[in-house]
Design a protein around this ligand. Structure first.
Ligand code: X8Z
Ligand code: ZN
Length: 408
């Protein structure tokens, strides 16, 4: 319809014409008001994340990929094609991970997934399947216990566990008291640093898990960063939550009669998730997390998820992969200088205060989140623009959880 026709009909534009039947000049505003009344701003039900504790969210990356037509870099399918879903296939994945460490000049760890280890779930008995790495403190026996499946998540966990083993081997000659991570967060960070490098599309192409022609474009980089953020950034509030909750129990702030209520409340505050069904004090959902009945401190994982980016950046600078390229593209595979820098940190164990070890190895004496922020900066920019365009609200209702947990 041309402008002239509008003049003829008496309307300024088609919008006015379409809305005429509502006989109200405020109709658009009224609709916006109604939308705001029903717009969902509640926390997200916890069963939607594909992880029993909603601690990492990367299983949503297919649904949330900003550019569904660009490459996704999910290597689960490639792993399943390449490796059999049994002990032989799983052992191959360990070999690939081990080779990353040896390529930078670190120790061979094949003993840790050899005959004495348990790398797949035994068929004949119940075992604790939560992955772990063990130092037998005799300088030669180191073992991994894991019910490994062939998928990307477990491929990352393999690197995580080998990071522990690499630490054990490097500090094995120190006196017993010093045979620990510089602090517990360091121990958790080592394998994750390797996984940051291994997960890069560039590296996955090198080891034949992503097709060489899989184009790296601006779009595919944003997809990759979102997937990584769903894994590592979404973890941060969870990493903090578990001990923030236990510290309050230990110092008496949380009373025994409120264990479930306070758990649901803090989970809503920190993670923005709520239980999908109503809970009461007969439930103790925190107890479903391995480390809670296992009495293992958890803040170490929050620490490691910040520290690993700081270490990764330092190694990438040493390997001259950064700042020549964006930080998230850095692969320090086969770089002996980066390996030597990491080795120095590992060999020190807990023989000095961790801030001194950090200073002597990467030249910084404080833990600092600027590396993780820098890593995700292109994603943050994308999300800011997207939010401005879509007018997305930030945050969630801080009281919605109350409807989902009964208080005594
Ligand atoms: O417990 C672990 C490792 C063993 S130290 C598999 N992690 C935490 C968890 O699974 O809750 C690694 C990431 C966080
Ligand atoms: Zn660990």
């Amino acid at each position: 319809m041309s402008l002239n026709t509008f003049c003829y009909t008496g309307f300024d534009n088609l919008k006015q014409m379409w809305l005429r039947k509502y006989e109200s000049s405020s109709f658009q505003k009224d609709c916006e008001y109604l939308w705001n009344q029903v717009r969902p701003e509640d926390p997200i039900p916890a069963h939607l994340f594909g992880n029993m504790w909603s601690q990492t969210w990367e299983h949503l990356s297919d649904f949330l990929a900003p550019y569904p037509n660009a490459t996704m870099f999910d290597v689960t399918e490639a792993l399943k094609k390449k490796y059999t879903q049994d002990k032989a296939g799983v052992t191959e994945m360990f070999k690939v991970a081990n080779e990353f460490f040896t390529s930078v000049g670190l120790h061979d760890m094949s003993v840790s997934y050899g005959p004495k280890a348990q790398v797949v779930k035994p068929a004949d008995r119940e075992v604790v399947c939560h992955a772990s790495a063990w130092d037998f403190s005799n300088k030669k026996d180191f073992r991994i216990k894991m019910c490994t499946n062939v998928n990307q998540e477990d491929f990352v966990t393999i690197h995580h566990e080998l990071g522990h083993i690499q630490y054990y081997i490097n500090y094995k000659n120190l006196p017993e008291t010093f045979r620990q991570g510089a602090n517990p967060g360091f121990h958790e960070a080592i394998g994750d640093v390797a996984a940051l490098s291994v997960n890069t599309p560039k590296h996955m192409m090198k080891i034949g898990l992503a097709e060489n022609q899989a184009g790296i474009s601006k779009e595919s980089s944003i997809n990759y960063l979102l997937k990584t953020a769903l894994e590592r950034v979404a973890f941060l509030p969870f990493g903090f939550l578990i001990d923030a909750y236990r510290w309050k129990i230990f110092d008496g702030t949380i009373k025994r009669k409120d264990l479930e209520y306070e758990w649901v409340k803090m989970r809503s505050e920190y993670q923005g998730v709520v239980p999908p069904v109503i809970r009461d004090e007969e439930d103790f959902d925190a107890g479903s997390k391995y480390h809670v009945p296992g009495n293992t401190p958890y803040i170490r994982y929050f620490v490691s998820h910040i520290l690993e980016f700081q270490l990764y950046k330092a190694l990438c600078i040493t390997a001259q992969e950064y700042p020549a390229n964006p930080l998230h593209e850095c692969d320090f595979y086969q770089n002996k200088d980066a390996g030597a820098q990491l080795k120095k940190l590992l060999e020190a164990g807990a023989s000095k205060n961790w801030e001194i070890i950090l200073k002597e190895t990467i030249g910084q004496d404080k833990m600092d989140a600027s590396a993780i922020l820098e890593y995700f900066a292109p994603l943050l920019e994308y999300l800011r623009e997207y939010r401005a365009k879509m007018n997305y609200p930030i945050g969630w209702s801080k009281t919605a959880f109350e409807a989902l947990v009964k208080r005594e």
